[in-house]
Design a binder for this molecule. Sequence first.
Ligand SMILES: Cc1cc2nc3c(=O)[nH]c(=O)nc-3n(C[C@H](O)[C@H](O)[C@H](O)COP(=O)(O)OP(=O)(O)OC[C@H]3O[C@@H](n4cnc5c(N)ncnc54)[C@H](O)[C@@H]3O)c2cc1C
Ligand SMILES: *[C@@H]1O[C@H](CO)[C@@H](O)[C@H](O)[C@H]1NC(C)=O
Ligand SMILES: *[C@@H]1O[C@H](CO)[C@@H](O)[C@H](O)[C@H]1NC(C)=O
Ligand SMILES: *[C@@H]1O[C@H](CO)[C@@H](O)[C@H](O)[C@H]1NC(C)=O
Ligand SMILES: *[C@@H]1O[C@H](CO)[C@@H](O)[C@H](O)[C@H]1NC(C)=O
Length: 372
Amino acid sequence: MVLSVSSLLSTVVVLLLFTLPSSPKPEFIFTPLKESHIQAVVICSKELGIHLRIRSGGHDYEGLSYVSEIERPFSVVDLAKLRSIRIDIEDNSAWVQAGATNGELYYRISEKSKTHGFPAVAKTLEQGATKILYKWQQVADKLDEDLFIRVYVQTANTSNEGKRTITTSYDCIETNWINSTVYLDGFPNNTLPEVFLERRNLLKTYFKGKSDYAREVIPETALEGLWEKLLEVESPLVILTPYGGMMSKIPESQTPFPHRKGTKFKILYWSRWQDAEENVAKHIDWTRKVYKFLAPYVSKSPREAYVNYRDLDLGMNKNRSTSVEEASAFGTKYFKDNFYRLVHVKTEVDPDNFFRHEQSIPPLPLHMRGRN
Ligand SMILES: Cc1cc2nc3c(=O)[nH]c(=O)nc-3n(C[C@H](O)[C@H](O)[C@H](O)COP(=O)(O)OP(=O)(O)OC[C@H]3O[C@@H](n4cnc5c(N)ncnc54)[C@H](O)[C@@H]3O)c2cc1C
Ligand SMILES: *[C@@H]1O[C@H](CO)[C@@H](O)[C@H](O)[C@H]1NC(C)=O
Ligand SMILES: *[C@@H]1O[C@H](CO)[C@@H](O)[C@H](O)[C@H]1NC(C)=O
Ligand SMILES: *[C@@H]1O[C@H](CO)[C@@H](O)[C@H](O)[C@H]1NC(C)=O
Ligand SMILES: *[C@@H]1O[C@H](CO)[C@@H](O)[C@H](O)[C@H]1NC(C)=O
């Protein structure tokens, strides 16, 4: 069950920022092969008082599933080997273990049906899916009348030596669902979907991301200011993802995900770089500058953010003795008023705050708990 630290960190980690020598490393990495192993790990770390991080895919934007800044020593339980997938087309459902990749899930769905799909990458949380499988054909028919296109804003060289410009790209290809997922993952044309079974990571990069939600159209002058900022770093990326549609029809309080009615689009700012440690500060500062620049044009009170684009700038728990008030800084950005309901759920299911990290939901303090 115990792997050496170096073997996990060199083969599985894709987010290079958290592999730097300066990043804290776990004492142990457990890779359970069955559920009872997880129970053993939890009991063990409780008894030894060693803080535990839980890792499924390891894609957390801030590396919280395998790096602890606030508590040492710590261990990691890596669920990569728990990856069974059971698809039931009749029932429109699927059971997927935490270690499975989206690609494996997509492939297994496409094996069973040509008309079902599941948009796990961008839309799982957003649509608050209760049924895991969609009739993809129906989604595709709907798209013909109600087309949602995500916009990628990047920089590109011009024919004028040394000069760069802004490009916006809009993906629009006609293909079946499984091939579209291969394409969206950036594999070369004509790659077969079996590539997903190799669990290959395409992305090996350093990056910092931040997010916003726009409830109004952003004026052209502001966009021009944003384009200027994009030219300040080598590989910036801004993605505008349209909202609305089905997402707006679900009441804000129905699922934790709150960015619904009235949200026009989500913005992701991303800076990536390849040159290791030296430019970390420069790139992170750039994302903070862009975030500050856009403040007048995006949601306010709270300034909403997407929890999947985790951003520690929004606030952090300090250590085990968390405070609901402190956590509300980031909690209400990610979840709006649902944050306080999540605090109550946390108080019920994990009153000792065993599962915690820099941005976990805290339980209520003892003196505020109801007696029943
Ligand atoms: C290149 C890249 C592209 C991305 N694109 C998108 C996108 O298009 N849309 C989008 O919504 N998101 C996107 N994300 C964000 C991604 O969806 C989230 O980071 C998501 O949490 C990743 O899941 P994971 O299993 O890899 O997370 P992990 O890093 O393994 O874990 C994330 C958090 O969940 C906890 N956790 C993990 N497993 C469990 C478990 N079994 N039980 C309880 N807690 C657990 C961890 O401790 C950690 O706090 C992207 C991320 C990257 C790196
Ligand atoms: C753009 O130009 C720079 C040099 O000015 C070069 O280093 C870089 O590789 C070019 N990028 C692309 C995508 O052609
Ligand atoms: C790959 O396919 C896309 C969409 O059909 C097309 O725009 C692009 O030119 C193709 N790329 C190559 C290298 O053939
Ligand atoms: C899916 O992609 C494969 C590999 O490029 C190709 O052979 C197949 O025809 C594609 N199917 C559709 C429906 O586009
Ligand atoms: C948590 O931080 C507070 C304030 O910095 C400190 O007083 C307390 O001892 C810390 N608790 C633990 C468990 O480290």
